[in-house]
Ligand binder design. Structure first.
Ligand code: IPD
Ligand code: CA
Ligand code: CA
Length: 272
């Protein structure tokens, strides 16, 4: 804020985010053929990073440095790449859904959010494979292609289509799998699409009734979490905790309590 006086309203920040995310998505798409031949692993053998994850992050960080030199940036691949002197911090997942990217599944996205004094105020999730784009500003609603989003109107958990995801650590996956094995008898069905940011946007538009996941990082949920919140969903952790590493649940108010209670009963936030 300090170095960009008068230009840090949520709407200003969203305009910057949308422009930069679109350019970044173009890079991810163009690079795919060569990028998937340059793949390294991170936390485990299944946690991959391609040349494109790094190139897209560098491109976004450089664009933000040019346009918003006083802001901080937290990116998945390079961490805190800019010393933050202002109040705005950008939170970036250059490619959310890298495994889908690797396999050519059209479910990977650039996720970019702007946080002001610790609160996410603007966010965009741009599916780089399809061009679909979801945006939100704090208090300004959630939108896709000019349509305001309101989440699912479903009211009971047993009729709910619930999205989730799994971490890369096998021990965590074992716990997550055990939770899902129990949950699947209590809901309509489970979906695992492979990109948390897009899962949150699908919950925002009602193509999933709800979503939950343990182990997410800020770059996975900053933008999509705002989109879901602005679509009227409750987005939080368990037992009144904020959404975070332990757990993120996103559900319409009518479904949230039942889903929350089942996740507590199944100790979904527990395990490694
Ligand atoms: C992953 C995806 C996945 C989720 C994992 C994330 P990445 O992000 O969002 O859907 O289940 O928890 O780590 O590695 O593709 O950026
Ligand atoms: Ca991610
Ligand atoms: Ca990523």
């Amino acid at each position: 804020m300090a170095e960009n006086p008068g230009s840090s309203t949520p709407e200003d920040l969203l305009a910057v985010a949308v422009r930069i995310a679109r350019e970044a998505a173009g890079t991810a798409r163009r690079m795919r053929a060569e990028a998937i031949t340059d793949v390294q692993t991170k936390s485990t053998d299944t946690d991959v990073v391609t040349a494109a994850d790094k190139a897209v992050e560098r491109q976004v960080v450089e664009a933000l440095r040019r346009e918003r030199p006083g802001d901080g940036v937290l990116g998945e691949e390079y961490g805190d790449s800019t010393a933050s002197t202002g109040a705005v911090r950008w939170i970036l997942d250059p490619i959310d859904g890298t495994v889908n990217y690797l396999y050519g599944l059209p479910q990977y996205a650039v996720s970019l959010a702007a946080e002001v004094e610790g609160t996410v105020v603007a966010g965009v999730v741009h599916n780089a494979a399809t061009g679909d784009e979801w945006t939100a500003t704090a208090g300004g609603g959630a939108w896709r292609a000019g349509r305001r989003l309101h989440g699912s109107a479903r009211t009971t958990l047993d009729q709910a289509l619930v999205g989730t995801g799994f971490g890369y650590d096998p021990a965590r996956r074992a716990h997550q799998g055990a939770v899902v094995a129990q949950l699947i008898t209590r809901v309509r069905d489970i979906r695992r699409f492979g990109a948390a940011s897009l899962d949150l946007c699908m919950a925002a538009e009602g193509s999933l009734d709800a979503y939950f996941e343990k182990g997410l990082n800020p770059w996975d949920h900053a933008a999509g979490g705002l989109v879901a919140t602005e679509a009227g969903l409750r987005v939080s952790g368990l037992d009144g905790r904020p959404a975070g590493k332990d757990m993120l649940v996103a559900a319409p108010p009518a479904i949230f309590p039942a889903l929350h209670d089942v996740l507590v009963e199944l100790d979904a936030a527990g395990g490694p």
